[in-house]
Design a protein around this ligand. Structure first.
Ligand code: FRU
Length: 483
């Protein structure tokens, strides 16, 4: 492996070179998952945005494709979504073939300097060759800016009961819903959020979709926020409620967090996946994204997660769990029951894992502290654990290797345990430079990146007071080797 590639994720998407941020336009079409992403092809730091492109059959192994959208006279290509316009409402279709349509923000840096607040507006591009090449619509922009300085990241979906498109747009301190019969002409329906949720930063990258729960349709409104996350910096919040094609009525105005780690931002779902809701985010944080010590690229996406809903007491929460497609990565491992941990259980020999890429699953009672420690010969440690006294999960990366590139990076992040079940289950997925924790069936997810001085090939489970793991499962994760 090229030394410069030291922190290259093995089963998360990352561009071959240069800067990436938000996943954009994620759409499933003809058996292929398309991922577009905020991309600056000329440098490792944020710059004039393009839409990069990658494709995958399983959301696990990705092939990078040529750049899909370049900046133009209307501006940089900021975040947005893509839909399969199966009824050809836009009229972009040809010879019986329906178009894929991308709805994105044009961010105009020249206008921005004039400070009119009108430098972001929404535009379209379409593809008639299954996402390979894209043509920008000659009538761009399709939604002008009324003078709101942050007016971006359109997420569009089809609202079947009224046979119209709904655009959920981030508009500074709220989201605004628009509707359209044809993706080209939009009318404002309502807005939500000025008096709800977290407002420690600007609202960005929203999403709106229904999930069936106990025979009822629950609408999920995701709103990313930067900064102001639960462990600082960028993060995703969500609200649950009803949506009637015009207005979103939340069950509660209080924020719920999509992920309690610091490295899952701009998370939104794929379109055209039926009732399966699949989400991916940008595995970084604006607090230090431009500084992370990777070369020659910067940033990766999270693994794809399947979303669901779960009732805890009187509250409903969103759950995120790793998609089942990830199972193709499982290689050698073991499954054990009633494993006693007193002090420190060294699993290094048993796991025989020189790569540090693994999936660990455990089940235990919530009666004692315990932690899972990833370590290496350099003395780096990444600690994932449960603290009984505060009833919190945590990820501590303060001794995880390179942390000095930004003062807030080397910290311990905490998350409340939301489940009331005395039995807890944890799934932990480790790649070269990230851990993704899914606790209690995905009620409490945490995503953190880290940069160890060498591979985290040692693994321990610790419990000072002692505990018994009812189940302990482990698999080495082995990415497909590309030909
Ligand atoms: C979120 C974001 C979006 C914007 C894009 C610009 O990370 O700030 O709001 O469209 O990134 O790259």
């Amino acid at each position: 492996q090229d030394l410069r590639e030291k922190y290259r994720p093995e089963f998360h998407f990352s561009p071959k070179a240069n800067w990436m941020n938000d996943p954009n336009g994620m759409v499933y079409h003809n058996g292929i998952f398309h991922l577009f992403f905020q991309y600056y092809p000329n440098d490792k730091i944020w710059g004039p945005m393009h839409w990069g492109h990658a494709t995958s059959k399983d959301m696990v192994s990705w092939d990078e494709q040529p750049i899909a959208l370049y900046p133009d006279s209307l501006g940089y290509i900021f975040s947005g979504s893509a839909v399969a316009d199966v009824h050809n409402t836009s009229g972009f279709g040809k010879d019986g073939k329906f178009p894929l349509v991308a709805i994105f923000t044009h961010h105009n840096p020249v206008l921005e300097k004039l400070e009119t607040g009108k430098h972001e507006y929404q535009s379209l591009a379409y593809s008639l060759d299954d996402g390979k090449t894209w043509t920008k619509y000659s009538g761009n922009p399709v939604l002008q800016n009324p003078g709101i300085s942050d007016f971006r990241d359109p997420k569009v979906s089809w609202f079947e009961p009224q046979k119209k498109w709904i655009m959920t747009l981030a508009t500074k301190d709220r989201v605004t819903f628009y509707s359209s019969p044809d993706l080209k002409s939009w009318v404002r329906e309502s807005d939500f959020g000025v008096d709800a949720g977290a407002h420690g930063g600007v609202w960005e990258c929203p999403d709106l979709f229904p999930i069936q729960h106990n025979g009822k349709q629950v609408w999920v409104l995701i709103v990313n926020i930067n900064p102001g996350g639960p462990n600082q910096g960028s993060a995703g919040q969500y609200f649950l409620g009803d949506f009637d094609g015009k207005t979103f009525k939340p069950y509660s105005k209080e924020t719920k967090w999509l992920d309690f780690g610091t490295d899952n931002y701009a998370s939104v779902t794929f379109s055209n996946t039926g009732s399966r809701m699949l989400m991916m985010g940008w595995m970084s944080n604006w607090q230090y994204a431009n500084l992370v010590p990777t070369h020659p690229w910067r940033s990766a996406c999270t693994i794809a997660r399947e979303l669901g809903l779960k009732t805890v007491g009187k509250e409903i929460y969103l759950t995120s769990t790793p998609v089942k497609e990830l199972d193709v990565l499982r290689s050698t491992g073991f499954n054990e029951q009633n494993v006693k941990v007193q002090g420190q259980l060294d699993l290094t020999e048993k796991t025989k894992n020189s790569t540090g890429l693994f999936r660990l699953e455990l089940e235990t009672k919530n009666t004692a502290d315990f932690s899972i420690v990833l370590a290496n010969n350099e003395g780096n440690e990444l600690v994932v654990g449960y603290d009984k006294a505060t009833n919190q999960y945590y990820i501590d990366r303060s001794k995880s290797g390179k942390i000095d590139f930004e003062k807030g990076f080397g910290q311990k992040h905490t998350a409340p345990r939301l489940s009331k079940d005395p039995t807890m289950d944890l799934t932990l997925i480790a790649d070269a430079a990230s851990v993704e924790l899914f606790a209690d069936g995905g009620l409490t997810p945490m995503t953190d990146i880290f940069f160890p001085d060498s591979k985290m090939s040692k693994l321990y489970i610790k419990s000072i007071s002692g505990t018994t793991l009812k189940k302990l499962g482990y698999s080495v994760l082995q990415p497909e080797t590309k030909s």
